[in-house]
Write a protein that binds this ligand. Sequence first.
Ligand code: CTP
Ligand code: MG
Length: 239
Amino acid sequence: PRCYALVPCAGVGERAGVGGPKQYHPVAGQAVVAHTLAALQAVPRLVATLVVLSPADDQFERHAPAFTGERAWVARVGGATRAESVVNGLAELLARGAQPHDWVLVHDAARCLLRPEWVARLIADCEADEVGGLLALPLADTLKAAVRGADGEARAQATVDRTAKWAAQTPQMFRLGLLRPALASALSDPVSAAAITDEASAIEALGHMPRLVPGDWENIKVTWPGDFALAERLLRTRA
Ligand code: CTP
Ligand code: MG
C-alpha cells in the first residue's frame, strides 16, 4: 500500500485571534503551514501530500510558494468542520487514484513543529497494523473536571484519573477505505459529529482500537495567541 498525507488547512483560527486564518500567520520567517508542509515533503515514503483549502482561500499559494511538484496536491474542498474538510479530502484522494487499502496520514496544518522522523516512526509502527494509529503522549498534568461556580468562575469539581490517558496529536494514520466510511457515518448525525474531534475517535466509534505511538511534546498545535511565540522559539532553536 501507498502512504498519502492529508492536511486540513481550511479553518478560520478563531481562538488564535490573529485576525485571519492562523495557518497563514508568520512564525520564524514563514507561514505556519509552510513549515508543516516542508516536514511532510521531507518524508520519502509519502507519495503525495493533499492540502485541503477553503473554497474561498486566496492566500495559500502566496504563503506556501515551495509547495510545488508532483507530490504537492491542493483541493479547495474544505468544509464547515475539520471532519468535513478531512472527509472531502479523502474523496479527492480516491478521485486521484488512491486505493481503499492505501494509508492516509491526516495532519493538522497548525502543527508546524512536525519533524519528518516522527512521521517515519508512525508509519514504521503502524504499517503492519490492521487498524492504524496516531502520535500521542501520556498525560503529564493532573486533570480537573470543571464547572462554573455560583460566582461564574471556573472551579474544579473533581480530579479525573489520569492513568492510562493519552493526549492525541497528529499525524493519524488509517486506511482510506476504513477512515472514509468511519467519518461519514459519524458525520451523519449532529450528536456523533460533535463527538469526533479527530480521526481516531471515528475509528474507535466503530469498535476498532487505534495504536498509540509515542509522539513528542514539541508537536504542538498552534491554537492560542501565545502559541505563535512558543512555536517561533522552538523553530529558531532548530535552525
Ligand atoms: N480545519 C479545517 N477545516 C475546518 C476547521 C479546521 O481544515 N472547517 C483545520 C485547521 O485549518 C487546522 C486543523 O484543522 O489546521 C486543526 O483545527 P483547529 O486547530 O481547530 O483550527 P481552527 O478550526 O482554524 O481554529 P479554531 O478552532 O480556533 O477556530
Ligand atoms: Mg477548530
